[in-house]
Design a protein around this ligand. Structure first.
Ligand code: SAM
Ligand code: SF4
Ligand code: SF4
Length: 334
């Protein structure tokens, strides 16, 4: 049975951050000035074990959970991540299991992930141009490695989505190239508005390229776009398509917020439950588990937290001052 929050939104999706570390330093997510050599990441003992993650997921099943996304930080740098996928799959053969990755380690892991029971991957790719890719990710890796990951995932039968964050005066000229790369593989590219997550990424409204502007850029490259009816109201990406059926998705959390349909809970790498990407406080489930809580105790704690949930940050973004202590995306899970 779906369990509703205070604004009548069901708890359907769980995003689990399995690490706060990453092999990239994307300027819009983990800028090196803040996430450099002296940054203090979580200790191994602070991070939930795979057993603890599985207990939390299992305790949400009676509340109506249908989908789990593994994320981070970069989830593929966590040791033996396919073991976790297998443990989650063992909970329920019907759970929709997805993972979000920057794709660098995907070619290496695609087959084991698929065999463990993963359904889908979302691969983040902000540029095909080598220099732009390296500058945005503050990395020496090449976009070719990400493409190899995408192709490996496709070849083993994983579903694949491609996400591109678009920033003004940075990578707008890559929008068409990403669309072409995705369409050549029969994939739907999804464009994400730059969001004000955390406090370190120097976000400002001027650097947001609106979904409307992105659609214009896409149209310039692949032709005029018409809206497509959504598959499900909780789909974060609204779809558009060309006359010959080439689709693109738009995730417009800044200019067209979708809080009214938000059915997502998040677990940070250290085991706190957050009811919004922009939350300032989490609910410590790790302590409950380490003090011996049973599955029923977790279920009732999560139920009580969700019942009170009223978050709708993106819809209220312009109504109040920015909170000072927002959680970083690499910590809470993108
Ligand atoms: N490391 C993995 C990756 O990059 O796919 C998973 C974690 S990452 C935090 C998840 C997603 O959040 C990525 O698609 C990334 O582009 C997106 N993201 C991070 N910071 C963002 C921001 N400020 N605005 C919009 N999207 C952002
Ligand atoms: Fe790492 Fe993903 Fe954040 Fe980039 S967006 S720094 S790849 S966690
Ligand atoms: Fe959901 Fe919070 Fe994003 Fe609104 S701002 S869609 S409530 S995560």
């Amino acid at each position: 049975m779906a369990h509703l929050d205070a604004l009548h939104r069901p708890l359907l999706d769980l995003r689990i951050s399995v690490t706060d570390r990453c092999n990239f330093r994307c300027r819009y997510c983990m800028p090196r000035e803040h996430f450099g050599a002296d940054h203090v990441f979580l200790n191994k003992t602070d991070i939930l074990t795979y057993e603890e993650i599985t207990s939390i997921a299992s305790s949400m099943r009676p509340l109506g959970l249908r989908k789990i996304r593994i994320t981070g930080g970069e989830p593929l740098i966590r040791k033996d991540i396919a073991l976790l996928i297998g443990m989650l799959r063992a909970l329920d053969s019907q759970l929709d299991l997805a993972l979000t990755t920057n794709g660098i380690l995907l070619a290496k892991h695609a087959k084991t992930l698929k065999e463990a029971g993963l359904n889908r991957v979302t691969v983040s790719l902000d540029a095909l141009d080598e220099d732009m890719f390296k500058a945005m990710g503050d990395t020496d890796h090449s976009p070719k490695e990400v493409i190899m990951g995408i192709d490996a995932a496709l070849s083993v039968g994983l579903g694949v989505k491609v996400n591109m964050v678009v920033q003004r005066n940075v990578n707008e000229d890559q929008v068409g190239a990403i669309a072409n790369m995705a369409h050549e593989r029969n994939l739907v590219p999804r464009y994400i508005e730059f969001m004000d997550v955390g406090t370190t990424n120097q976000w400002n409204m001027e650097s947001v390229v609106s979904g409307e502007e992105i659609r214009q850029l896409v149209s310039n490259s692949i032709g005029p776009l018409e809206p497509v009816d959504p598959h499900h109201p909780s789909d974060v990406a609204k779809r558009w398509e060309t006359e010959n059926g080439q689709q693109v998705g738009m995730i417009q959390s800044v200019t067209a917020p979708f809080c009214g349909d938000c059915s997502r809970a998040r677990i940070s790498a250290n085991g706190s439950l957050y009811t919004c990407l922009f939350a300032t406080n989490g609910n410590d489930l790790r302590s409950m588990i380490r003090l011996g809580a049973e599955k029923v105790d977790l279920t009732s704690a999560i139920k009580a937290i969700w019942t009170k949930r009223k978050d709708r940050y993106s819809e209220q973004r312009n109504e109040h001052d920015q909170p000072v202590s927002k959680i970083e995306m690499s910590f809470i899970g993108g």
